[in-house]
Ligand binder design. Structure first.
Ligand SMILES: OCc1cccc(Br)n1
Length: 445
């Protein structure tokens, strides 16, 4: 209910009588910039999507974990110039602590693994669905929050872990009715870039910075990429070498350039052979330009894309074997992915795959007279105890009740009327067949 200065004395839900409105008396009804409300209809779609995430996580034998949306800022301070760390939704709390609304989930996962220490046995397969935040200048009008499904495996050094993650992603798409002709998953490895930098004797400390720059391939022009790479101190020969290798889309060509026996090639070959065994080989393709924009990836990286090329990446992830040591702990090999709640819905809309999620209620119970509200309550109560969803309706005309029953797809309308109640009966209307009959109130199932 909106507060207004005119009715500042209106007591609503126990609110003290004070004006919350601004100049013209009405409070701002929109949520903060870049954030969303979820109406019941929105929530039905979101709940359906999250149920698919959970069901795939269950099928993959992952365990659910959760974290505060609020985290210490220290978890996200990285020097590689990633967009995600330049848009931290950070602030100082009343205790003078530097905190953030988390921009991603992986560092929280790492923090919990470190905190659990020896009390957890590896491998760990954890998932969570959580809201993530960024503070982006609204110039681009993009959202500042979204929900992400994260699946992560700790303690498996070999590419079998990435193969498992890719299987989860393919299973999710298949559950949503998306096929490998709608979506592909580009796969590469940061070790490709590592090998190229080694070929040009580029120092290790430039690796992360170069990854963040080349992740912009396709988002900014090739010239801008070259300029940014030169500005890190790379020779133009090295820059050309990097860009040439990153444009490769064939593993055999990559092997020609890097030479056989290079770890990157061996990893990718193994992953592609796993894909054959899992039966999702037609979903994935090698694409050396995939590096992903997060500083901490160290190996295989991947991202799902719509083959029509209309949308941003649907999900993405990779291996991050040295994240824990950046938090001062022993390293544990790890890999994972994040799957946002926005692009996938755009894709489902594009493909006409949004499910019909209208409301469905079992029973409407309606007293035809005021003095029957008590009996109507006891009928609703006994039906609810049996697990039936019951909408107890009062103070409405019968015409409205029938319309309402249609609107909420009620299965039955249970009318409590004097003439029936005197005989201990109620009238039941089956809305799908229009069938109507009397039932003993106590025998209503
Ligand atoms: O995918 C980057 C990202 C992080 C936090 C919030 C939003 Br919206 N987007």
């Amino acid at each position: 209910r909106l507060f207004s200065s005119a009715s500042s004395s209106t007591l609503t839900h126990g609110e003290a009588s004070s004006t919350h409105g601004d100049a013209d008396g009405v409070v701002e009804v929109n949520p903060p910039r870049g954030t969303r409300d979820f109406t019941p209809e929105d929530m039905r779609l979101r709940t359906w999507l999250f149920d698919q995430f959970r069901e795939v996580s269950r099928i993959m034998a992952f365990e659910e974990v959760d974290f505060p949306v609020l985290e210490s800022e220290a978890l996200f301070i990285r020097k590689a110039g990633e967009e995600i760390t330049q848009q931290l939704y950070n602030f100082e709390d009343k205790g003078g602590r530097r905190v953030v609304l988390r921009p991603e989930i992986t560092p929280s996962l790492a923090r919990l693994v470190i905190k659990q220490g020896k009390s957890v046995s590896l491998p760990l397969k954890w998932f969570t669905i959580g809201q993530c935040w960024r503070y982006e200048r609204m110039t681009r009008g993009r959202r500042r929050e979204h929900y992400q499904w994260n699946m992560d495996i700790f303690g498996v050094p070999k590419v079998r872990a990435e193969a498992e993650l890719l299987h989860a992603i393919v299973l999710l798409f298949q559950r949503l009715g998306i096929t490998s002709s709608d979506v592909g998953i580009r796969v590469s490895s940061r070790k490709v870039l590592q090998a190229v930098l080694n070929m040009y004797f580029i120092p290790e400390h430039l690796f992360t910075e170069v990854c963040v720059i080349v992740d912009k391939l396709g988002k900014i022009t090739r010239e801008e990429i070259e300029k940014e790479l030169i500005s890190t101190g790379l020779s133009s020969e090295a820059v050309q070498g990097i860009i040439n290798v990153l444009s490769l889309k064939s593993l055999s060509k990559l092997e020609e350039v890097l030479g056989s026996g290079v770890e990157a090639v061996a990893d990718l070959k193994k992953l592609f052979s796993f894909a054959e065994q899992y039966g999702y080989a037609d979903w994935i393709c090698f694409d050396a330009s995939v590096v992903r924009g997060l500083a901490y990836y160290t190996g295989i990286v991947f991202e799902a894309f719509d083959r029509e090329g209309k949308l941003r990446a649907i999900c993405g992830g990779g291996r991050y074997d040295r994240l824990l040591s950046t938090f001062g702990s022993e390293d544990i090999p790890a890999c994972g992915f994040g799957f946002g709640d926005a692009v996938i819905v755009e894709l489902l809309k594009e493909k006409g795959l949004l499910p019909d999620l209208s409301r469905q209620i079992d029973d409407i119970v309606f007293p035809l007279d005021e003095e029957l509200e008590g009996p109507a309550s006891s009928i609703a109560s006994s039906l609810r105890k049996k697990g039936r969803s019951v909408d107890l309706v009062e103070d409405k005309r019968l015409k409205w009740v029938f319309k309402h029953a249609e609107r909420i797809n009620a299965s039955r309308l249970i009318l409590v009327g004097n003439s029936e109640w005197e005989r201990g009966m109620v009238r039941v209307k089956i809305l799908s067949t229009r069938e109507e009959f009397e039932v003993k109130a106590g025998e209503l199932e």
